[in-house]
Design a protein around this ligand. Sequence first.
Ligand SMILES: Nc1ncnc2c1ncn2[C@@H]1O[C@H](COP(=O)(O)OP(=O)(O)O)[C@@H](O)[C@H]1O
Ligand SMILES: [Mg+2]
Length: 455
Amino acid sequence: MSLTTCTIHTTLKPSKMVYVSNDLARTLHLTNSKNILVRFGSKSFTAPLRVVKKAGLHLYLSILMFNTIKIPRTGNCYVVSTNGKEISLGPLIGIFTSHSGNSLSPFGGRTAFIRQIMRTGNDKSFFVAFGPNDVDWQNETINGYIMRPNGAFVRRTVPLPDVVYNRLSSRKIEKQPSMEGFKERFERRDIPLFNWSFFDKSDVYALLEKDEQFKHVPESVINPSPSKLKEMLQIHRFIYLKPSAGSLGIGIYRVTYHPHRGYFVRYRKNNKNILLRFAKFDDLVRMLGINRGMLGQYVAQQGIRLIEIDNCPIDFRFHMTKNMDDEWVVAAIGAKKAGKGSVTTHIRTGGSLMTPQQVLEQVYGNHAESVLSNAKSTAIRLAEALEQNYQHRLGELGFDLGIDQREQIWMFEANSKPGRSIFKHPSLKAEERASLTNIYEHCLFLSKFRVRRNE
Ligand SMILES: Nc1ncnc2c1ncn2[C@@H]1O[C@H](COP(=O)(O)OP(=O)(O)O)[C@@H](O)[C@H]1O
Ligand SMILES: [Mg+2]
């Protein structure tokens, strides 16, 4: 297999020929006057090949050929040849996410992020962002958004892509019955799609249940009975109640049991931290029952005594990505310090963002480095374990990890569509770029446009 980059041009010459510069022909082991198959995403055509004298790596296609394979622009891209008889241009990377149809900001709050991903590889690859209604399976095309060099989004019809990065942001749309079949249609055409769907917390715990890494999951019970709740409170002294499909800390309760004083419940309501006390367990159950009915499935989870600064618990967001070599790496870590009186560490509830070094040096002094490196290898093992036990591909994960006062590492949740708020921290700019580069390079790997480092 030969892989290189080339510059694609349109030519006004007779439309029957594909012209390649002699440098490009040599690099790809192509020879004159044979027919060549030219592929872009799911589209292809066959035409006679002509090698032309010209320095550099160039490819010339007629407008007709451009239209046949629906290449959205001229300029640079990767080109790969497996046997000297076929070349694939690309990759065409699909970003699956819904949009509003408004071309100034088609992806709402995600627009800047989509632009960042596309900028990462747009000089050598093609990107198309598309929603569930943009695919024409019959014609094998997508009518989605491509990005111009100035950052503007325009709609274009392109072939089905070489790889799909799932960033659908709505749990509701993803849960629609048609969605499984929709995504399977890519896989059936050998188009890898990664990050299949949102995780519910209970899904993640269940995936790890038989794995050695389960030791990092606090004891968790889905929809516990009152007697189970009572038992957990007696054993662990405090527990978290979390909506299994929740996020952003919404609907979370922290319940503490004091043998002589009763049950204390902390939660957030109308932008305020609430603390209630119940002398009797039955009153606690009554209060929770009402709310639980409204919020759907809950997980009761052993409370973990997190490390603290100024009496405020701290936990960590580990942003995990796969890389060019299909390995999990820790792309970035943000430390999150809970706001005073808040049961979670989210910024929206008064939390603050710090670097892991700032936190760990304060808590562990010169032992900080070894705590951090242990947490990193744990996060990698957790990502590997999740992926091994999951029936779909994963390429990116956001773990909420805690370190307890005995230095044990715990995983509270794994997000398959991780948010990017930790990258607001000015010290995490290099990590932000790394997260984008890794995802892009992982797309190169999955679409077989990989630059092989070790071969
Ligand atoms: N079992 C637990 N013990 C201690 N703190 C927890 C526990 N579960 C959650 N938390 C705290 O609450 C935060 C939010 O919990 P998480 O499971 O990430 O839910 P969400 O999906 O709402 O973000 C965590 O980042 C952590 O600070
Ligand atoms: Mg979380």
